[in-house]
Design a protein around this ligand. Structure first.
Ligand SMILES: [Zn+2]
Length: 198
């Protein structure tokens, strides 16, 4: 069992429950290799959601039941995904900022008290709200622990790769420097040569 969307792009998952958001980013399709959108149909989305929530419960130590998804839920999840992408791209690459996490409005988060007297947030509600609740909890925690800035999308806007930047100064921009990074370097050096010979 693993984070299925991260795994298909051979990306190392972010630590703990934050990998849920990374996995959601990596549900995006890669057109060049015909790798499907894992939120492309209700059936694919249900499979992804079951696996991801199971992983999340294990990684975060928080409880959650499965989310039963219908067509509208899958659309809502795609909306949250594209808003997340636009928030991250705006932050990291200065792309036109999106409308923010509007679709997270209406998310319900419940609380339980642990044996040690700690309050534990957990997603409640049904369908897309359950996954969105888990996403909201993870965004909040990662902002508090200052790890959210390490969660990124590949600089190449056509690339669906979402990664956790483990570089010491948080300077990574490619999901894989050997592929997307190399292609970009090659393009840049060709452009330099062209302008030198012009
Ligand atoms: Zn990439």
């Amino acid at each position: 069992m693993a984070w299925s969307a991260c795994e298909r792009y051979a990306l190392q998952p972010a630590p703990g429950g934050l990998a849920l958001i990374q996995d959601l980013l990596n549900t995006r399709p890669r057109l060049s290799t015909k790798t499907p959108d894992l939120l492309g149909t209700v059936q694919l989305a249900q499979q992804w959601s079951d696996t991801a929530l199971r992983e999340w419960v294990e990684a975060s130590g928080r409880p959650s039941r499965k989310a039963k998804l219908g067509k509208a839920d899958v659309e809502a999840l795609r909306g949250i995904r594209s808003q997340l992408v636009s928030v991250l791209r705006g932050r990291d690459y200065g792309d036109e900022p999106g409308a923010g996490l509007v679709a997270l409005g209406g998310v319900e988060v419940g609380m339980t008290v642990t044996e040690t007297g700690m309050l534990l947030f957990e997603p409640s509600g049904s369908g897309w709200r359950r996954i969105a609740g888990a996403v909201a909890i993870e965004v909040h925690d990662a902002q508090v622990s200052n790890t959210f800035r390490r969660l990124k999308t590949c600089r190449d806007p056509r690339c669906p790769g979402g990664f956790y930047d483990r570089s010491p100064n948080n300077s990574g921009t490619w999901h894989d420097v050997r592929t997307c990074g190399n292609v970009a370097n090659l393009r840049a050096s060709r452009a330099r040569r062209r302008s030198e010979t012009a």
